[in-house]
Design a protein around this ligand. Structure first.
Ligand SMILES: [Zn+2]
Length: 321
């Protein structure tokens, strides 16, 4: 520093003030950097993306205001802080961020298609979501230098996905319009997805009679809800004698019989999907037996997914007052 004695105290005060503002710039830079990093997470939800894309521009404006203060722009440590700010700014227009938006729109559209029983769209949208999140994961690179982890193929795949998302109406939803063409006409579908959709449709048709018989190897659907000794499960009418013979052989009274009145009106079904090769389970609630059986046969949250279907009474009082 070449401060002349005459300017001493005033210059020192100005320098201290500049240092204080640069420290503010650093706090801001670290904050915006961590917000930007939430956009590198392949599992980022629509809410996370919305929050980050709203907060980053606000942080950029605040950084601009700090840079306009005396001495801040020229401060030795300012460029390093700005590196974080600019990295976050680049995230806003990064193809990976657009893919996150595509992934979240696809997830929402797949859920709507599932509710509509539109198997083709469920399969297509889940595929778009899966491939988008995979590419977001691959894009995780060094945020400050701007170096990306994408190969040339990844870039091509990203372009293809964004084009598909537009074709299927997924990216039109950003302005609040409901995404997805509603009619039967749709863009071309790869053969593997068409097969998958046909499989889903076949499973749906198979599940139309209701819950599958729980006796191993019995292919019957539309099983009876039976009870024995406080337990209730599903067995078809043809298997009931064999089920009772098994109970007798195991030393129980052979009196398993249909639950009087059957499944009550308004009852719901709970499908517990569990990891048959380890820990983990989740439950899906369904309004009909057909839907419960379909979920049980099509949702595969684990590599080795097993399922249990139980009946829940809508009128059952809650344990809590
Ligand atoms: Zn059976």
């Amino acid at each position: 520093m070449t401060t002349t004695p005459a300017r001493g105290p005033a210059a020192a005060r100005a320098a201290a003030e500049t240092d204080r503002q640069v420290r503010r710039l650093y706090r801001l830079a670290y904050r915006v950097h961590s917000i930007g990093n939430t956009l590198a997470d392949p599992d980022a939800t629509a809410g996370t993306v919305a929050r980050a894309t709203a907060r980053i521009p606000r942080a950029l404006s605040a950084a601009k205001r700090l840079l306009a203060l005396p001495g801040v722009a020229d401060h030795d440590e300012t460029p390093y802080a700005l590196g974080f700010v600019h990295a976050a700014e680049r995230r806003l227009t990064d193809p990976a961020t657009r893919l996150l938006t595509v992934a979240n729109a696809a997830r929402a559209a797949a859920a709507r298609a599932a509710a509509d029983g539109d198997d083709l769209r469920v399969v297509v949208f889940r595929d778009i979501e899966e491939r988008s999140r995979h590419l977001v994961g691959a894009a995780r690179g060094e945020p400050v230098s701007g170096r990306r982890g994408w190969t040339r193929q990844d870039r091509t795949a990203s372009d293809t996905l964004q084009r598909q998302a537009a074709q299927w109406g997924l990216t039109a939803g950003t302005d609040g319009r409901p995404p997805g063409p509603a009619g039967p006409g749709h863009p071309p579908v790869p053969a593997r997805l068409a097969r998958e959709a046909a499989d889903r449709a076949a499973t749906r048709a198979r599940c139309a009679p209701g819950i599958r018989c729980e006796r191993p190897a019995c292919p019957a659907y539309g099983a009876l809800w039976v009870e024995h000794g406080g337990r209730r499960w599903f067995v078809c009418a043809r298997c009931l004698p064999a089920e009772n013979a098994d109970l007798r052989a195991r030393g129980f009274r052979p009196d398993a019989k249909p639950v009087p009145g059957g499944v009550p009106e308004g009852a719901r079904f709970s499908v517990r999907l569990y990891n048959a090769a380890g820990r983990g389970a989740r439950a899906v609630e369904c309004g009909t037996a057909q839907e419960a059986q379909f979920i049980a046969e099509t949702e595969r949250p684990f590599n080795n997914t097993g399922y249990e279907i139980s009946v829940r009474y809508a009128s059952r009082p809650s344990a809590r007052p």
